[in-house]
Design a protein around this ligand. Structure first.
Ligand SMILES: *[C@@H]1O[C@H](CO)[C@@H](O)[C@H](O)[C@H]1NC(C)=O
Length: 400
């Protein structure tokens, strides 16, 4: 399936795209225009683009750094030009120029290039490197439009990890994230932004108050659920086909100080699924519930070697003999304040209202407490936090 950029020709932005194949939505970046078979930029277009008055930079030399993405399935497709904007107007100016260009010039907004199929690339077109445009501002008391609900306003190229750490300075945090936070705001909001909080708060796209969007004709539009709502809802999860997310207002909540953090491995899918449903449906549910597949091998990426905490290594002897090639892992947290550390028993009983009906042979469990920030950064393998901050690690049978 190909997503030709609807904005490359300036013929309006509302192109309907099928959502089939968006299962990797977490990783995609804004403004897709892969599939460009465009020819090298014409002299006229290049001269026109070079004549633009910009605050940031637009270069046509050595564009290889913007020629690839994380997936590397469509690698080394260099754009003609790369812009590093320092204002929203820069983005609007270049998109408007591309829209007016005489050739089949395409444009793609690139965050950190975490797309898997070239969505942030524009072969022979213009790549806008969104990360050069900085800005994160917290409104701890919200405003009239948000009815006092606190929010953070972040530029599209800012990373979620920076949004989180800035919000935490006010004791606040976004209530819905992705697992991996080294992704840009504009990138995940162009997709969905799914994690273990989605069952309570919806994905990231359901927690946005307002967007500032650059449309395919280079217009800057501020939109929300009540203002230019068609554009607002098209851009959120719109796979970059309806405009570039230049700025977003994201709902915040009071940040928990610490979390009780549990991971449990299951050998049997039915039990795993039943427990997951139980935890999600509980009257006082956990704050975070996520499940994933684990291979029955030591692989540090996708095997049980990837599951345990530091200081409580899993070993082959702990895996029941009847386990098949595929196992399942539940990851759950319960937030609490430092003053009221619940025991694991309390967490389990309040959350699931009953003892979890799991045969003890079905799972191996780790639990511990961690600073919330540690939990948030758990997908960052280089984070020193994990080694220093996770406490109370032990194999536990408290829930059985
Ligand atoms: C072009 O840019 C890449 C990536 O930034 C760099 O590694 C390479 O050395 C550059 N090549 C030239 C000829 O400047």
């Amino acid at each position: 399936m190909e997503f030709r950029s609807a904005i490359s020709k300036g013929d309006g932005v509302l192109m309907v795209v099928a959502l089939v194949g968006c299962i990797h939505a977490l990783f995609l970046s804004p403004m897709n225009c892969y599939g460009s078979h465009g020819e090298a930029i014409s002299t006229t277009d290049r001269m026109y683009l070079e004549s633009l008055s910009l605050q940031g930079t637009l270069t046509f030399d050595n564009t290889t750094a913007s020629a690839t993405d994380w997936g590397q399935l469509r690698s080394q497709l260099p754009p003609s030009g790369v812009m590093h904007p320092t204002s929203v107007d820069d983005i609007a100016t270049v998109v408007a120029a591309v829209a007016r260009s005489e050739s089949e010039l395409t444009v793609a907004a690139r965050g950190l290039g975490s797309s898997i199929w070239g969505q942030s690339q524009a072969h022979n077109g213009i790549v806008i490197e969104m990360t050069s445009l900085k800005g994160i501002k917290v409104a701890p008391l919200g405003d009239a439009a948000s009815n006092g609900v606190p929010f953070v306003e972040a530029m599209g190229g800012e990373m979620w990890v920076d949004v989180l750490t800035t919000s935490l300075e006010y004791g606040l945090a976004p209530r819905s994230w992705t697992d991996y936070l080294y992704l840009t705001v504009g990138g995940t909001l162009s997709n969905a932004g799914v994690s273990g909080q989605s069952f309570r708060h919806g994905p990231e796209v359901s927690n946005v108050l307002q967007l500032e969007v650059v449309t395919g004709t280079g217009e800057v539009v501020v939109c929300s659920a009540t203002k230019s709502s068609e554009l607002f809802f098209a851009v959120l999860g719109g796979l970059g086909q309806f405009g570039i997310i230049a700025k977003a207002r994201i709902v915040l909540e009071v940040a928990p100080q610490r979390v009780r953090w549990i991971r449990a491995i299951y050998t049997d899918f039915a039990t795993f699924k039943a427990d997951q449903e139980l935890l999600i449906g509980a009257a006082q549910p956990f704050d975070y519930v996520e499940g994933f597949v684990v291979l029955n091998n030591e692989n540090a990426i996708n095997g049980w070697g990837s599951v345990p905490f530091v200081r409580s290594d899993i070993n082959a002897a702990m895996i029941p003999g009847h386990a098949g090639a595929i196992m399942y892992c539940l990851e759950v947290t319960k937030a609490y304040s430092a003053a009221a550390l619940p025991t694991l028993d309390q967490v389990c009983i309040t959350s699931s209202q009953a003892s979890v009906p799991t045969p003890s042979w079905a799972r191996i469990e780790w639990s511990g407490t961690a600073m919330m920030i540690v939990f948030c950064l758990r997908c960052d393998c280089d984070s020193g936090f994990l080694k220093d901050e996770v406490t109370g690690m032990a194999t536990s049978d408290a829930c059985q």
